[in-house]
Design a protein. Sequence first.
Length: 180
Amino acid sequence: MVQSHKMAGPLNDELEKRFPWLFRDLGFRLTHYDCSRAHMGDSVAEIQSNSLRIRFIRDRSRIQVELASATEAGRWFELGLLWYALTGQQPEPELDGWVWFLRDHLSELAEALGPELSQTKKEFQRRQEENREILARYMPPINWTIRLGRFKTSPLGMIFMGPLGWIIAAGLTVLMFLFR
């Protein structure tokens, strides 16, 4: 069973302290990190090997992992979506789960983002389009009726669409007649 740890510091420190084998055994090196104490400890850490770049992102205590090929470093793939595109399965979304998942599937991911990169891109795009089509079937298109309904249930909407809104509308109507 994977144990969840509450993260207190920057992701680069977490990776180096808790998963030293990433660097020692798998040959990754830290290439970039940043941490914002002002934003609840949001943090990013990028590591790179000869074949892969991996970016760990903590945003509001949620962990996301992205991968890029060493040859096409500007094109990042979100790991959960990439793995789903390749296998139809998703990894555990905690730092421990992501890191152990990477260790167990590193050669497959390096292959997918190395020699098979063009096929991976096609499959990734196909799965994204498939997901958009499924979502479109179950989610109606956003039109003015839906937007108005959402506005009515918002705090601002409740104010303007409720009694205060009627008072404002009546006041504006009176002003229109006075200044004709």
